[in-house]
Design a protein around this ligand. Structure first.
Ligand code: CS2
Length: 489
């Protein structure tokens, strides 16, 4: 079987959608940092629609900041790849051409910086996950003692962090009299544009006061809400895509039919007409972002933690369990009142139920559980604090925090080990390690973890309910404890 590339594309199965535009005429206008599956199933697809509609200025250079895998897989394919859209038994394939090339820093650091400094680049977009911002996710404050930040401030022309690359490229543009690029954060952070802007300004100021002012005065960081469920690609996916495509694709991406992108329209250097592909441009993203972070991502985190303890491997498996499904319903009904009333949360939740039950996606709960300590503040703790302030019920959110603590202790209900991929948790020195520690000691230790919990009276008020929930999970198992709570009203 041939490998997918521009010259073999004619051998692809007839029903596969493919770039109907001349890729040779497309110039690079976007550099994307963090060229993982999510970017390729989301922003690149919207950009592909613009290119198909005749735009030629917005080709994407994708960059991985650490791994070389995406570059190595996509280089022989001239950066072409397949998006497989799945629901029930249906799979629709589309070959996307918007990605022009992929580089992998640090080996190609000079090339990446040159592309970012090039006046043709007018947007730098990011999907680098919560930890890529080297900032406190709740406040946007730079983590000044982060080893990557310290090293990038000491050697600004050899950056390794996202902020280091952005600051160095902006410094070069400023020096050359080139207008700055717009920076578009596409990660699930609250106020992602503002959070990025705050951390970047602080980083630039620490590097050089004039650069700090330049960022503060001239760099636009619009906020966005991005949404599409994109599980990590597996070898089975590769094989299934190859069978249907008629070509080998080293790294296809698999996703659901649903896709949403709400973007704050603030692009002083210009932008593609992403609305052609279905994006919505609005003056204020905040209500959409809050609805998505709290209802979709919050439920995802809840499902992931409960399911790790209960031994359910995927989101669809979890939703098939009556107790977990009822627990998620309870969580949604508690959290919905914290969302602006102008949005139809009922319809949104109804659609989430369907999306989460998509059995054609192998969405592993372990994937969602990665970096949980950086996800809890905006997904669980923030709505909990809003509900607490209103005196409204928030027991399901407390239960999620107890389930997280139980997962951190390292054993599922069946006694099997749970390994969380969470570097911020691993780096935290206060993590309880004594197997004989009492529940109250365990809860006290976690409540002192400042990455997750603001150190104040609201956090202290969680102590007793958390001890109750954690004891309950230990004695009844997570599903038994959840069921008892659901029955208790
Ligand atoms: C998930 C998200 O892994 C996670 O934390 O909650 O990746 C989620 O699938 C996307 O935000 C959906 O748009």
């Amino acid at each position: 079987m041939h490998q997918l590339n521009p010259s073999t594309l004619t051998h692809a199965a007839d029903d596969v959608a493919r770039p109907a535009y001349d890729r040779a005429r497309v110039r690079r206008g976007i550099v994307h940092l963090g060229v993982g599956a999510f970017h390729r199933a989301h922003q690149a697809v919207y950009t592909d629609a613009c290119l198909a509609a005749g735009e030629t200025d917005w080709g994407i250079l994708g960059a991985s900041l650490r791994s070389t895998t995406t570059r190595d897989c996509l280089a022989p394919q001239d950066a072409l790849y397949t998006v497989a859209v799945r629901e029930s038994d249906r799979q629709d394939l589309r070959v996307v051409g918007a990605l022009m090339d992929v580089v992998a820093a640090p080996a190609q650091r000079a090339e990446l910086l040159a592309a970012m400094a090039d006046p043709a680049t007018r947007i730098v977009s990011l999907t680098v996950s919560e930890k890529g911002y080297t900032a406190d996710v709740a406040t946007g404050d730079l983590i000044a003692d982060h080893p990557g930040v310290v090293s990038d401030l000491a050697r600004p022309d050899e950056p390794s962090t996202v902020l280091g690359f952005l600051a160095e490229a902006l410094a070069r543009r400023r020096e050359a009299g080139t207008a700055p690029f717009t920076i578009l954060s596409c990660d699930n952070l609250p106020d992602n544009g503002k959070t990025l802007r705050r951390a970047l300004t602080q980083f630039a100021e620490a590097r050089d006061a004039a650069l700090g002012r330049f960022v503060a005065d001239h760099v636009a960081c619009p906020s966005t809400m991005v949404d599409r469920i994109v599980p990590a690609t597996t070898d089975d996916d590769r094989a299934a895509v190859a069978r249907a495509l008629g070509l080998r694709d080293a790294w296809p991406v698999v996703t659901e039919p649903f896709s949403q992108w709400v973007v704050e329209d603030n692009f002083p250097a210009g932008r593609p007409g992403w609305d052609i592909g279905g994006a919505e441009f609005v003056p204020d993203v905040e209500p959409y972002e809050r609805m998505k972070l709290r209802l979709l991502n919050g439920a995802h985190t809840a499902i992931a933690l409960v399911s790790l303890l209960a031994g359910k491997p995927t989101v669809a498996d979890a939703m098939d369990d009556a107790t977990i499904a009822a627990f998620v319903d309870r969580l949604w009904s508690e959290v919905a009142p914290t969302i602006a009333t102008s949005l139809d949360t009922g319809a949104y939740i109804e659609r989430l139920r369907r999306r989460f039950r998509n059995t054609a996606l192998d969405h592993r709960v372990s994937q969602i559980a990665s970096d949980t300590s950086l996800k809890l503040p905006q997904r669980i703790v923030a709505p909990l604090r809003d509900l607490h302030a209103q005196g409204a019920p928030h027991g399901s959110l407390v239960f999620v925090l107890a389930a997280w603590m139980r997962c951190c202790l390292g054993r599922a209900d069946a006694g099997t080990p749970i390994e969380l991929n969470d570097p911020a948790l691993a780096a935290w020195s206060g993590r309880p390690g004594d197997p004989d520690a009492s529940t109250s000691d365990v809860v006290d230790a976690f409540l002192a973890f400042e990455t997750v919990f603001p150190q104040d009276a609201v956090t202290r008020s969680l102590r007793a309910p958390l001890i109750g929930a954690l004891d309950d999970i230990a004695s009844k198992g997570v599903l038994g404890a959840a069921l008892a709570r659901l029955a208790g009203g």
